[in-house]
Design a protein around this ligand. Structure first.
Ligand code: TYM
Length: 329
């Protein structure tokens, strides 16, 4: 039996943080040995909000180097930049013609970002369609992502099913989302009712994979907790402590009950201090590998090679879809 096809992507809009790592990248690495994996740096998604061109270029290479620093191996997985494969934009248009404005306006991420303004870029509205094109362009079976992308994955499935119903059941492969048991939603350190995000203004709300030990310490020691001083996993009533326990458990591969037992009777400060060590020790090798890869001449060659391989898979799939629609000659 052939291996399942996996596709996922990360936006090059800033440094990858612990949420991206524990919700998505950790799965990317694990899947490399059992699946046929394609991982993308989605630069066209990034321009749905204005980007400085120089910074965007640099962030694309940062994400590529981080992909490899966390353990993605270009010998095993295809690593490439979205805009290097034109099929993404082409399939996106076909899907746009088969999507409804109603379903797009129900996307919570769109509602959060456009804030009801009429002047919001149309790309923010059609963002999930481009994401569906990314996935469907490769006959993807599994999409490893964090929980925040669940609604977008469901929309992708709806569009694929709708097209298959009209143009033939084997037009598109209908994918499944895959989410981590722990780590699917890492919360902001300063406000554990919001997800950790690359765009939040407060630097102390997140830990980026390239943060220095002093910053890691500051962010964790300042993390918002509650006042009842019991170390117990209870996301509803104790979101701050539960988030710290989740990070601790996911990074050290320790079940949360074991961590609760270890800190039974201890104070929040004790847990935070030890978490600083766990995070610093987990991120140090990633930072070292990043530094050796990021400025090597090999990096762009790997991405070019990845784009050629991705294109070779995408082309016949795009042609199949175009021909079902009667496009071209
Ligand atoms: P992006 O760049 O925002 O995030 C990259 C991945 O990290 C996950 N993630 C989180 N997981 C746990 N806790 C968090 N706080 C957290 N924040 C982010 C995201 O779920 C994602 O898996 N739309 C996507 C990029 C994309 C994509 C695709 C993904 C474009 N096309 C096709 C999969 C397939 C995004 O904005 O991810």
């Amino acid at each position: 039996m052939s291996k399942p096809r996996v596709f996922s992507g990360v936006q090059p809009t800033g440094n990858i943080h612990l949420g991206n790592y524990l919700g998505a990248l950790k799965q990317f690495v694990e899947l490399q040995n059992t699946a046929d994996c394609i991982y993308c740096i989605v630069d066209m998604h990034a321009i749905t909000v204005p980007q400085d061109p120089e910074e965007l270029k640099s962030h694309i290479l940062d994400v590529a180097a981080l992909y490899m620093a966390v353990g993605l191996d270009p010998e095993k997985s295809i690593l490439f930049v979205q805009s290097e494969v034109s099929g993404h934009a082409e399939l996106s248009w076909i899907l746009t013609c088969n999507s409804y404005t109603g379903e797009l306006s129900r996307m919570t991420q769109f509602k959060a970002k456009n804030k009801g303004q009429e002047s919001a870029p149309a790309g923010l509205f059609t963002y999930p369609i481009l994401m569906a094109a990314d996935i469907l362009l490769y006959d993807t079976n599994i999409v490893p992502v964090g929980n925040d992308q669940k609604q977008h994955i469901e929309l992708c499935r709806d569009i694929a099913l709708r097209i298959n119903h009209k143009y033939g059941e084997d037009t598109l492969v209908v994918p499944e989302g895959q989410y981590m048991k722990e780590g699917a939603r890492i919360m902001a350190l300063d406000d554990p009712t919001n997800k950790m995000s690359k765009s939040a203004e407060n630097e102390m709300s997140r830990i980026s994979l390239l943060d220095e030990p002093a910053k890691i310490k500051k962010a964790i020691m300042r993390a918002t907790t509650d006042s009842d001083a019991v170390i117990k996993y209870d996301p509803e009533n104790k979101p701050g402590i539960s988030n710290l326990l989740t990070i601790y458990g996911a990074l050290s591969d320790t079940p949360i009950e074991e961590i609760e037992k270890k800190f039974d009777g201890a104070g929040y400060g004790d847990l935070k201090k030890e978490l600083v060590t766990v995070v610093t020790e987990s991120l140090e090798p990633i930072r070292e590998r990043f530094n050796s890869i990021r400025y090597s001449s090999e990096l762009t060659d790997i991405l070019k090679d990845g784009a050629a391989k991705a294109n070779a898979i995408a082309e016949p799939i795009l042609e199949r879809v175009q021909s079902r629609f009667g496009l071209g000659l």
